[in-house]
Write a protein that binds this ligand. Sequence first.
Ligand SMILES: [Fe+2]
Length: 322
Amino acid sequence: MDEPFPNVAKTAATAPHVEAFFDAATSTLTYVVTSPGTRHCVIIDPVLDNDSSSAAVSKVSADTVVRYVRENRLSVAYILETHVHADHLSGAHYLRQNLGGLVGIGAEITEVQSAVAEIYSDASPLAPGGSQFDILLEDERTLTFGCLDIRVLHVPGHTPACVAYLIGDALFAGDTLFMPDTGTARCDFPGGDARSLYRSIQRLLRLPETTRVFVCHDYQPNGRSLQYVASIKTHRDHNVHVNETVSEASFVTMRCQRDAGLGPPKLMLPSLQVNVRGGTLPRHPITGEPILYLPVNKLGAAGTRDIQDIFPGQHASADLTD
Ligand SMILES: [Fe+2]
């Protein structure tokens, strides 16, 4: 079979080993990145399973990662999020409990937390300041594990807190780039901005052309097989949204038009409240049991303004026995 995205071979002796784990339910990729010649690794964008109809939360996907780490006797230095995901629950807390490691996310998480707190209102109070994470990562911060450095690149656009991680010749782009035949991610979440995304991507496209770009999702367009890595050169030449022929103005027009036709991701409301907490669930204020909230008319076209027309006089903090 033809290889659709060539030029993705490791390019240096210090290139990390990258093991990919695909969650078919959300088309999400989790990576375990191991420093060559050592047993030190980092985990990027782990998933916790969530069934939207039953609100069941389970750990089948995360346990696959746990097994891999244990079978290979790896030591986890960091569990890194590229951003607050809106389409799946983060497995960061569960993996930290089972494997150790520090949970890191972009420092602008505080901005996303404020926007998310508004969606959930007073149903789910959130401690401010990113205290749910072990480390908040500024642009150009360097972390080290094994014999490799992790360079943090702040790449706002999809969300204001998005970061990418450059480890040797491997770039973990989060949702800043999708595979070249898919292009880019939406920019209509709170704090998202198409112009910022274009500029963030230009920064990534200036990396060495042999850099391997690992994406956070692959939606397998037109039934093609799973692909999750392409070189910077392939993106420069072939990314359908941001190749070298696309201007900032035309990208912004295209992106905004596409986003206007998209509905919220299926797991957005369950995901946001968990992922701003580093992968932990809110607690019921009386029983202390883990709970997921579904705030009404906070997303999509209906908007909050309509809720008082349907349920006049009701307020979220009213009688809990309703
Ligand atoms: Fe995302």
